[in-house]
Design a protein around this ligand. Structure first.
Ligand code: PGA
Length: 251
């Protein structure tokens, strides 16, 4: 059985005081043993959020990582630095990094390998644009991102990766994918895992859904057989909403 995993992506929001306050509120949630939970604050607040979370069940993740270990890479952060401040996860290839910053599958793949080598669990995002969905290209896009971003990973490494399906048209728009639309892509992704690896890998890799997940739609999405959790943006900035989504993942 795959353990559901709910992660909050704070993106470029909040200030230090708000970050610490939100993390402290979340650290009080009784997460339990049946779900994994993480929050991914802006990198500049990782350290203070880590302290605010303490030894609780809510874990820490970064929103990105660079693929080099150290050196002259102005502005970048290495996997070891993230691990050093308590990160367990790193979101990689988020649609905003693909489409706003211009990251390619090739770059994301280097980051995935570096994150794994540095002991981090990558949350690798894939997802189609609205025009790609409307042109019937959804699975072609997902397949290309899967193949490119996750290239050259053996089965043991792949089992440590979390995939997040995030249709770009659903991110931050309030226009959530229907449970059926999401499940269709998730089940195709699992077939892709089985064809690329084997059944064991396909059954163990967790595939989160992301894109306008809210307390009122989380239950229906998470009830789908191939949806193993959520990557939550806007609703992760409110303790009550995020707690409600965690609760939905426990059902
Ligand atoms: P959203 O963002 O929940 O605000 O749509 C999701 C994400 O980008 O991970």
């Amino acid at each position: 059985m795959r353990k559901p995993f709910v992660a909050g992506n704070w993106k470029m929001n909040l200030n230090k005081a708000n970050s610490v306050a939100l993390a402290s509120q979340l650290s009080d949630i009784d997460v339990g043993e049946t779900v994994d939970v993480a929050i991914c604050p802006p990198s500049v607040y990782l350290d203070c959020v880590s302290t605010a979370l303490g030894d609780g069940q809510v874990r820490l993740g970064a929103q990105d990582v660079y693929y080099q270990e150290k050196g002259a890479f102005t502005g970048e952060i290495s996997p070891a630095m993230l691990a050093d401040v308590g990160c367990r996860y790193a979101i990689l290839g988020h649609s905003e990094r693909r489409h706003v910053i211009g990251e390619t599958d090739e770059l994301i793949n280097k980051k995935v390998h570096a994150a794994l080598a540095g002991g981090l669990i990558p949350i690798v995002c894939v997802g189609e644009l609205l025009e790609q969905r409307e042109a019937g290209q959804t699975m072609d896009v997902i397949r290309a991102q899967f193949t490119g971003s996750l290239a050259n990973l053996d089965a043991a490494k792949m089992e440590n990766v979390v995939i997040a399906y995030e249709p770009v048209w659903a991110i931050g728009t309030g226009q959530v994918a229907s449970p059926e639309q999401a499940e269709e892509v998730h089940s195709d992704l699992r077939k892709l895992l089985e064809n690329s690896y084997n059944q064991e890998v396909a059954q163990s890799v967790r595939i989160q859904y992301g894109g306008s997940v809210k307390p009122d739609n989380a239950l229906d999405l998470l009830a789908q057989p191939n949806i193993d959790g959520a990557l939550v943006g806007g609703a992760s900035l409110k303790a009550d909403d995020f707690a409600a989504i965690i609760k939905a993942a426990k059902v």
